[in-house]
Write a protein of this length. Structure first.
Length: 277
């Protein structure tokens, strides 16, 4: 059987066949780019999450079927905000975001601007209005994205597209509960966009599980911070007590020294008087 990559007599091969044999950066190379761009170690608690994000994002970006849109941008920004909001050094957290986007060839300012457009449009909207836009009705930014998605025979869903939809749910007041979000995701992706929804619903569940873990981590870190502050306060109080006791001891010692000096002076005066007599 003769086989030539990208030369099959099929619409998919006809659309993407020209990319066969293209030089694609590996996940390892993407992570090296991220590390070089960042220039500082990632906190141990966050290293696994950052590695997963870089790898997932890179594999999305190098897929020929992937087409970036504002919902994807919103999901990506929301995911990074969620993961990095409690990073111990916020200056480093900002650098991590910049390095991560740069390592896969994304422009941070553009991603932030696209996400902000969706957020601004979604403010004040209802769940039903979002559903209408996702059906391609109207001329909003979300309706335009929906029309594009519907027109893509080989549309590639990504995890960040799903998170973008969850963020829109949050903006329009959908209860941030795993089971509620699952049903809304099924409706928006399956019925409104007309695309397979199983992966999107699974990602929705995963998002809320990860969010719960991060919330627990946040609580734990705050408790640690409170304990450390209490220990520091106790140490400072102990030092203050020791300093106060040292001052009191010095004062008592000075009193004794003054008494002894006074007694010697009195005795000297007494001896002088006896001699003169």
């Amino acid at each position: 059987i003769e086989y030539s990559p990208g030369k099959a007599n099929h619409p998919f091969a006809q659309k993407y066949g020209s990319l066969a044999g293209a030089d694609v950066k590996t996940v390892g190379e993407a992570f090296t780019s991220f590390s070089d761009e960042l220039g500082t170690p990632v906190n141990a608690l966050y290293k696994g999450m950052c590695t997963d994000l870089v790898g997932s994002l890179h594999l999305i970006m190098v897929n020929a079927r992937f087409e970036k849109d504002a919902v994807f941008s919103l999901g990506l920004v929301s995911a990074l905000d969620l993961v990095l909001k409690n990073y111990p050094e916020q200056d480093t957290a900002k650098k991590i975001k910049t390095a991560m986007l740069s390592s896969v060839g994304l422009d941070e300012a553009e991603i932030d601007a696209d996400a902000a457009k969706v957020v601004a449009w979604a403010q004040g909207k209802s769940k039903d209005e979002i559903a209408s836009a996702l059906k391609g009705e109207g001329d909003s930014i979300l309706a335009d994205i929906a029309k594009s998605v519907k027109g893509q025979e080989w549309f590639m869903y990504s995890r960040f597209f799903g998170i973008g939809l969850i963020k829109i749910m949050e903006i329009v007041g959908v209860e941030q509960d795993m089971s509620v979000a699952y049903d809304v995701m099924e409706n928006w992706v399956g019925e409104c966009l007309g695309k397979p929804y199983y992966t999107a619903c699974s990602d929705s569940d995963l998002y809320f599980k990860q969010k719960n873990k991060l919330d627990m981590m946040e609580t734990m870190m705050k408790e640690i911070e409170i304990r450390e502050k209490k220990r520091m306060a106790d140490r400072l109080e102990a030092k203050a007590d020791m300093a106060l006791k040292a001052v009191e001891k010095a004062e008592l010692l000075q009193v004794e020294v003054d008494k002894e000096a006074a007694a010697k002076e009195a005795k000297a005066e007494e001896s002088k008087a006896e001699v003169e007599a």
